[in-house]
Design a protein around this ligand. Structure first.
Ligand code: PLP
Length: 366
């Protein structure tokens, strides 16, 4: 069986350093917002090339806290509209809703599974205040075009970088440093994954970082001194310690994912399977390798018969989810087709060449 993602095997590589980090953690006996969190924040800001990083509880809160902080700064106001791709993971949309802002869904583009850029101008009105590009599947959103569009219309740019750790444009600028602020998730399956929940905000804006730092901890500027109505969303000390162990492997892991993706792209020759577009550059970290097929059920059945795991990212578009009835009148044909046809096949830094070849020959036999 080739598993879709062997998390145990991924983390096994770090077992010695995890044990030693955990033992240090026990010895120190400091559990919330200690040295491990601040050390990770420094290292991750450094990695992304941003001035600031604030560790938070998860990726959803990272996005929400950025929006709440902009409201505290007077740069966003309740009911302001935020442009977001209709085919994103639902968390992006929920973060906007939780901050009492209005997500405005935009049709997707079949070529890169991101915004249909030509559709953006039609959604602009006097309430439009921000745009939230998602580096979906690990591929950078078209940030040059998005940043130019945002500048023309005075919008804040908030990256959902939950699938983009380490993705880098042609000038060497990384996800997390390509807009005004970014939210990361360290959910265990992400390219940089903790052994539980975790998240972070990166930015070059000192005031924004300071406000997020307060908001994640009850709005406190120091113990029991509350400047803002905050929430409780802190990166766990022990998760920060584990993330520090894993961060030094991230680039190598992303490189291995690109290598596997390149093998797939060169090796899979089947007219029934539509492969992702890839330029061969560092703008993609292949968090997922997503193909499209007309008969998805049959394809997955075939993969099962060949003992190859797969998942669907995602089976139901946000505007068709029961949780978001306010969008059910909307229609996004491209987005809907994507959700009907996509299948993610195995990709991870611990897959062997032999496993990769097995996947390729199975797909060529389909
Ligand atoms: C994982 C993910 C999130 C949410 O992260 P959590 O840590 O699970 O809250 C948000 N956006 C995208 C695109 C994601 O993939």
């Amino acid at each position: 069986m080739i598993r879709f993602l062997d998390l145990h095997k991924i983390n096994q590589r770090f077992e010695e350093s995890f044990k030693s980090a955990f033992s240090d953690f026990l010895d120190v006996g400091y559990y919330i917002l200690g040295n491990q969190v601040s050390a990770f924040e420094d290292r991750f800001a450094d990695y992304c090339g941003t001035k600031y990083c604030v560790g938070v509880g998860n990726g959803l809160d990272a996005l929400r806290l950025i929006l709440e902080a902009y409201k505290e700064m007077g740069k966003l106001a309740e009911e302001d509209e935020v442009l977001v791709a209709s085919n994103t993971y639902i968390a992006t949309i929920l973060a906007i809703r939780q901050a009492n802002l209005v997500p405005v869904l935009v049709e997707a583009d079949m070529s890169d599974y991101n915004f249909k850029l030509d559709d953006l101008p039609a959604h602009i009105n006097e309430r439009t205040a921000a745009i939230m590009p998602v580096h979906l599947y690990g591929e950078l959103a078209p940030m040059d075009a998005i940043n130019k569009f945002a500048k023309d219309h005075g919008l804040l740019v908030i990256e959902d970088a939950a699938q983009g750790h380490g993705a880098m444009n042609s000038e060497g600028i990384k996800a997390g440093n390509l807009g005004d602020a970014a939210g990361f998730s360290f959910y265990p399956t992400k390219n940089l994954g903790a052994l539980g929940d975790g998240g972070a905000v990166t930015t070059n804006d000192r005031q924004l970082a300071e406000i997020v730092r307060k908001l994640r901890n009850y709005g406190a500027s120091s113990k029991y001194v509350n400047d803002l109505k905050g929430l409780n969303s802190r990166l766990d000390e022990v998760q920060a310690a584990f993330l520090l162990c894993k961060l030094s492997m991230l680039d190598e892991d992303n490189e291995r994912r690109r290598e596997i993706a390149t093998r797939y792209l060169n090796g899979i020759r089947n007219d029934s399977i539509i492969l992702p577009n890839y330029s061969g550059s560092h703008d993609h970290i292949f968090h997922l390798f997503v193909v499209r097929v007309a008969d998805r059920e049959g394809f997955i059945e075939f993969l099962n018969s060949r003992k190859i795991g797969s998942l669907i990212h995602y089976p139901i578009p946000p505007h068709r989810q029961k949780a978001l009835p306010e969008y059910k009148m909307l229609s996004f044909p491209v987005c809907e087709q994507i959700h009907e046809e996509v299948v993610s096949i195995p990709i991870s830094p611990v897959m062997s060449d032999e496993e990769v070849e097995k996947v390729i020959s199975a797909l060529n036999d389909y």
